[in-house]
Design a protein around this ligand. Structure first.
Ligand code: HEC
Length: 180
């Protein structure tokens, strides 16, 4: 009887010790992320254009992409409705309350358009566009905003060179500064 008891006890001890060992090593949740999985999210593009992929697109190609995949939410020629306007608003930023903040009037860098659209648009199907489609729709939206010539082609070299009108409209705000 006592032999049985002590056997049960040491079995229980072994089981709980091995649990303890596992708990110390790791919680055993998840698995290491693979290079391939990581690559799909490691797609940030800075203002200098570093990280832009190969590919290209024209304004005419972008018009086709826009009509099929953007217009339902952003309106004809980027005028907006039901969602944000992507065009215009250039003379609305000077006052206390900037009124119409669009890609053309507000965004400081053309690269943000590529990064954001590739990552987040179309809203209902993010990350579904090819790089060529993103370059093309960038060309179309930049052209609607009067930022590029009619024969411009957007690619990794040309896109970062597009001058956004509000490029110098942002200031660095030191955290110690006082707001009146
Ligand atoms: C199903 C509706 C829908 C479709 C289709 C769609 N969008 Fe959007 N888009 C949105 C919504 C909603 C927002 C606002 C998202 C937010 O504020 O987080 C947005 C925001 C944006 C913005 C940022 C606007 C700003 O000034 O802040 C851009 C640029 C944009 N979309 C481009 C596109 C492009 C290009 C396409 C087509 C490839 C597209 N969208 C397709 C719904 C859509």
């Amino acid at each position: 009887m006592s032999l049985l008891k002590s056997a049960t006890f040491s079995f229980a001890l072994v089981v709980s010790l091995s649990h303890l060992a596992m708990a110390v090593d790791s919680p055993n949740l998840g698995q290491p992320v693979s290079e391939a999985d990581l690559a799909a999210w490691d797609i940030s593009i800075g203002p200098d254009g570093k990280g832009l992929p190969a590919g290209q697109g024209t304004i005419a190609q972008g018009e086709v992409v826009y009509a099929a995949k953007c217009q339902a939410c952003h309106g004809e020629k980027g005028a907006g409705r039901p969602n944000d306007a992507l065009v215009g608003g250039f003379d609305t930023l000077a006052g206390d309350k900037p009124a119409v903040k669009t890609v053309g009037s507000y965004w400081p860098y053309p690269t943000t358009f590529f990064d954001y659209v590739r990552r987040a648009m179309p809203w209902n199907e993010p990350k579904s566009l090819t790089n060529d489609e993103v370059y093309a729709v960038a060309a179309y939206v930049f052209s609607l905003n009067g930022l590029i010539k009619p024969d411009a082609v957007m690619n990794a070299q040309t896109l970062p060179q597009v001058q956004m009108p509000n490029r110098d409209g942002f200031v660095t705000f030191p955290r110690t500064a006082k707001i009146d």
